[in-house]
Design a protein. Structure first.
Length: 158
């Protein structure tokens, strides 16, 4: 039981790190959007570099998570492949039964990832609109007619 508690604490520590880094990534992604809105391209580039650094850190933590799962599987002759199985493995520990720390950390992590994905979509939409507007300006300056196949409602023009 003592070894299981040791692995539980290591698991909680890794999930805590994952949450911290994903929260940081969410903050950086939101900051990137603010910089996009204010057209501060140097700051956008800096925030992209920050995000890349954080993503690399998350990858290292993920490698540690995989290594920990391998250790648990070897030590306890199990074949844990996903969070549900890992959570079940630790579910007999009294403090996990009472507080469900691992499940709570995982919920926070899932919410952070979902928010990051939504913010990235918003950032990409903004960038796409900016590119379209730049193309319109470029075409207007060159005297080219900008042809639209669809109206503002998204219906095909006849």
């Amino acid at each position: 039981m003592e070894k299981k508690v040791h692995y539980y604490h290591k698991t909680i520590s890794i999930w805590n790190l994952l949450c911290d880094h994903h929260k940081s990534l969410l903050d950086q992604t939101s900051k990137e959007y603010i910089n996009l809105l204010s057209s501060e391209m140097e700051k956008v580039e800096d925030s992209i570099k920050e995000k890349e650094h954080t993503i690399k850190a998350i990858s290292k933590i993920d490698l540690a998570r995989n290594k920990l799962l391998e250790e648990i599987n070897k030590e306890f002759s199990t074949n844990i492949q996903n969070f549900f199985e890992l959570n079940g493995f630790f579910s007999d520990l009294p403090f996990e039964k009472e507080n469900k720390h691992l499940n709570k950390f995982n919920q926070v992590l899932k919410e952070c990832i979902k928010s990051i994905q939504e913010q990235n979509k918003t950032n990409q939409l903004f960038i796409n609109k900016a590119i379209i507007n730049l193309d319109k300006i470029k075409n207007a300056g060159a005297g080219n007619k900008n042809y639209n196949l669809y109206n503002s409602n998204g219906a095909l023009k006849k």
